[in-house]
Design a protein around this ligand. Sequence first.
Ligand code: SF4
Length: 297
Amino acid sequence: MLTQLKVQDFLQNAVRGEVTVSPDSITQFTQDCNEAITKQMTRGDEGYRIRMSGLGRPLCQQLLEREGHKEDMEYNSMFRFLFGDLSEAVLMLALREAGVEIVDFQRQVELEIAGHTIKGTLDVILRDELGEEKVWDIKSASEWAFKYKYTGAGGYEAIKNDDPFGYAMQGFLYAEATGLPFGGWIVVNKSSGEIAIVEVPDWSQDDKADYLKDAARRVKILTDPAKKPTVDFKDEFETFRRDGEDVRTGNKILARQCGMCGFKHHCWPKAVYHDKVTSRAKNKPKVWYGRLKKKEL
Ligand code: SF4
């Protein structure tokens, strides 16, 4: 938590124009930005490989990637990804300049999992005020995720229980690869600029064993040529209340994981993004329908 206070204090002073950023930090920040642009805009076809950062994602997505399918992304994804990377670069600059003790960052690590060497790049290792070194992951979050997953009623358990990108597994794999504890996530709200630290509780060591076991199960599946991609999530009937009863519209809504997934048009060829038919809001939220028969009530 001292880390959070140090970063907030540094940024507060920066807002007042009371700090001087070291040339080394500016150089590193520039390099981080260069890497972000290169990674997001010129990645080309890297080919498939299992990465620690993605191993906890739904297996259906990873198997489709393995089979050479390409994710279908909207043009605005580029800005979202870049904003994420650039926000994280700013957060790293703030950590450096706030006097937080950075032991290492962007370290390449590897781990033998189920007979395969799995590689990854951890974000940062920090030494805390008690001298303990831990692995931390830097994340940028949407307003919603920051509010409900990383702060408030959210936290480690909330992330663990709803982890479509496999963040918890990623962190524990880095920890295992370095022999250090996983500290948790240092998060920036992309919308408000607020900073939060979500610590992994000490009793999470039991979870680590479970994640490592699950990682091995996943590697076995992903390296088995006989395993083919399947549609792992179900769409659900859309309903609304009428005379005290739930009534179906005849439409089906995609599971949240599918709605966020770049393979949705592969798995759900009729998927359509449409105003939520049952919403009474003036500005209706949009949802992904797997089947849209009724466009209004
Ligand atoms: S659309 Fe759904 S089922 Fe298909 S790969 Fe994505 S998450 Fe899996």
